[in-house]
Design a protein around this ligand. Structure first.
Ligand code: GTP
Ligand code: SPV
Ligand code: MN
Length: 601
């Protein structure tokens, strides 16, 4: 084991290094230690022995509770502070020198004020605690598309999660030593006081400071803070894209695999689509879905002009509620062992439990650790999650480890829309597709604190995650359409359209394969459609509906085009684009106006 716990009176030098190659890292660690004053410093090597020691320590102090060893070997329950259960968008800042660069889509503070405010919180905050230094790599360790970071944290729970979610430890440190460049993430759980909680990003300095939360995207800094907010800024400068997208491979009966990247807002179906199991008839023919990633996608044009994508993550931090053998058998198979569950309920025999698990069990304890009482709310928090290695997923694609990435044939945008938006439509071209992404709307979910079910604009599912001005982000997207580019087709889906009775009209989950099939046929020029002002919709017979029954209302709403409704929607999209002023690319405004005129005429 390389890791050493340092007495803070000694210099905190990275293990295995002599001399200056890690000088910047060592200097930063020393600077943070001087500010936060931990009792000890531990450099994480990512080994099993290190993990076992940390887990034992967390079991002893109650941070982790052991689950039923027979049914869920080596699996743990963590109960977070009840006020710390989701991302906090209102406390998340992007600190750029110019406010305009952060854009109206972000909360902004000047870098000087941001550092001042955060450093005051961090001063002495690790007294009595151990400071963990976590070197990590986002993406396959040998991929040129990957990027490294170091997270410093005082939370052993964060260390255990980062070990699953990233390539963490010695190999990452070796790459950092080679490259010299890394994203700096400083995190402390602080007092877990919502009044003393901020997540700040300094994209110009490749730096993150997060204080006062131990939960998910607030604390596992490799995930949303690095791989989306900081990476989107880097991607813009370097000519690539960092997106809130799943990546899947769709294998047809002929054995061809097409890769699809899809952006849906938080808790809107990425994990489920990425792990889809085809309906019975399709399975018999040989259709298969391979999982490359379920949350984040980094894409870059290859020498052949196509976009190549990697999943920067190594694990899944997936939504528990609604996950069942019926809805997502691959997820359920993944989490049978070596899994950390956060904020779920438990059964009498100590198995994890959540609403929609649908396995005949009943909960006795809720996510807070109280006796379960249905009158007091759900047993599992609506944003309860599982953390598990991607390697445990039966559908995990070996291509996810390919350093070159996978070529993307289709990009899909989608939202949670009870009304108006049909099941699927295809954009006419790249510019139209970028507008479709920019105009995305979705009803809010429990993944962030605040009201649930409120429709808001969430362009490309990046509203909470774009590290710079959305106007510049859309320009960057448009810039990919250049000579020699072989860009994917762009589609929009809505699995969440409701009928007059308030129920979902589309069966969803495995049956979403029918929509993927149509998309790939469109890519290959093999399927029909009808053109409307909003794009191409499948006409009667274009999409295979064999084996499912849809009533008249369902057919009309899933495949119909509500002219008056879209007129109003396009007026609202125009107003939204105008909120960004002259910085919004004219090309996108022209596209919006052209469609608005089409709808009027
Ligand atoms: P984040 O991890 O927050 O980024 O979310 P995600 O996009 O991966 O969402 P996930 O796949 O975990 O789905 C969230 C919720 O939507 C779960 O409760 C699912 O059961 C539900 N869901 C997913 N796909 C479908 C679908 O096709 N139809 C319906 N009705 N619900 C779905
Ligand atoms: C999301 O909210 O989109 C998530 C969970 O994937 S978190 O890691 O908390 O951001
Ligand atoms: Mn997400």
């Amino acid at each position: 084991m390389n890791a050493i716990s340092h007495d803070v009176s000694k210099p905190a030098i990275a293990p295995g290094s002599e001399g200056s190659k890690l000088a910047a890292l060592n200097a930063w660690v020393a600077e943070v230690a001087a500010l936060t004053q931990p009792d000890a410093i531990h450099w994480c090597d990512g080994s099993d022995a290190e993990n076992a020691k940390l887990v034992a320590q967390m079991q002893a102090d109650g941070t982790l509770i052991k689950l039923n060893e027979q049914t869920h070997p080596n699996s743990w329950l963590h109960r977070s502070h009840p006020d710390d259960v989701a991302r906090v968008e209102h406390l998340t800042f992007v600190c750029t020198s110019e406010q305009e660069d952060a854009g109206p889509n972000n909360h902004w503070m000047s870098p000087a004020d941001g550092h001042k405010q955060m450093d005051a919180l961090f001063a002495g905050c690790m007294k009595g605690r151990t400071m963990y230094v976590i070197p990590y790599c986002m993406g396959p360790i040998d991929s040129p598309l990957s990027r490294c970071g170091v997270e410093i944290t005082d939370s052993p729970y964060v260390v255990a999660n980062m070990r699953i979610m990233t390539r963490m430890g010695a190999p990452a440190l070796a790459r950092i030593e080679r490259e010299g460049k890394f994203v700096r993430g400083l995190h402390s759980i602080g007092e877990l006081d919502p009044e003393r909680r901020f997540i700040m990003h300094f994209p110009e300095e490749l730096t993150i400071k997060s204080y006062g939360s131990g939960y998910g995207g607030n604390a596992l800094l490799g995930k949303k803070c690095h791989a989306l907010r900081i990476a989107s800024h880097q991607a813009r400068n370097e000519g690539w894209l960092a997106e809130h997208m799943l990546i899947l491979g769709l294998e047809n009966p002929q054995g061809e695999t097409h890769y699809v990247a899809a952006a849906f807002p938080s808790a809107c179906g990425k994990t489920n689509l990425a792990m889809l199991i085809p309906p019975e008839g399709y399975r018999a023919q040989g259709w298969k879905v391979w999982t490359v990633g379920d949350d984040i996608c980094w894409m870059r044009p290859g020498a052949d002009g196509r976009l190549y994508a990697i999943n920067p993550e190594a694990g899944f931090f997936g939504v528990a509620p609604g996950t069942s053998r019926k809805s997502n058998p691959n997820a359920l198979a993944s989490i049978r062992h070596d899994t950390i569950f956060t904020n779920v309920g438990v059964t009498a025999d100590n198995q994890p439990w959540w609403e929609g698990i649908d396995n005949g069990d009943t909960p006795v304890t809720d996510w807070r650790g109280n006796v379960y009482d249905a009158a007091k709310g759900p047993a599992a928090h609506p944003n309860s999650r599982f953390t598990v290695s991607a390697k445990q997923c039966p559908s995990y694609s070996e291509q996810a480890e390919n350093p070159a990435g996978v070529p993307i044939s289709a990009i899909v945008f989608g939202g949670r829309r009870a009304s108006l938006v049909p099941l699927v439509f295809e954009a006419r071209d790249w510019t139209h597709g970028v507008l479709v992404g920019a105009a995305m709307g979705s009803e809010t979910t429990a993944a962030a604190t605040g009201a649930v079910g409120v429709m808001r604009r969430d362009p490309m599912a990046m509203k909470p995650f774009c590290g710079y001005n959305f106007a510049d982000y859309f320009s960057h997207w448009l810039s990919f359409d250049k000579t020699g580019a072989k860009l994917p087709k762009i589609f929009h889906v809505n699995w969440f359209r409701k009928g007059d009775d308030g129920k979902f009209l589309w069966p969803g989950f495995g049956d979403n394969l029918r929509v993927l099939e149509w998309m790939i046929q469109r890519v290959k020029g093999e399927a029909g459609s009808i053109e409307t002002p909003i794009g191409h919709l499948p006409a009667d017979g274009d999409l295979n509906l064999d084996g499912i029954t849809l009533g008249e209302e369902a057919r009309a709403k899933l495949f119909g085009f509500d002219h008056a409704g879209w007129q109003a929607e396009f007026a609202s999209i125009g107003e939204y684009l105008d909120e960004y002023g002259p910085r919004m690319p004219q090309q996108l405004k022209d596209e919006q106006q052209r469609i608005a005129r089409d709808l009027a005429g």
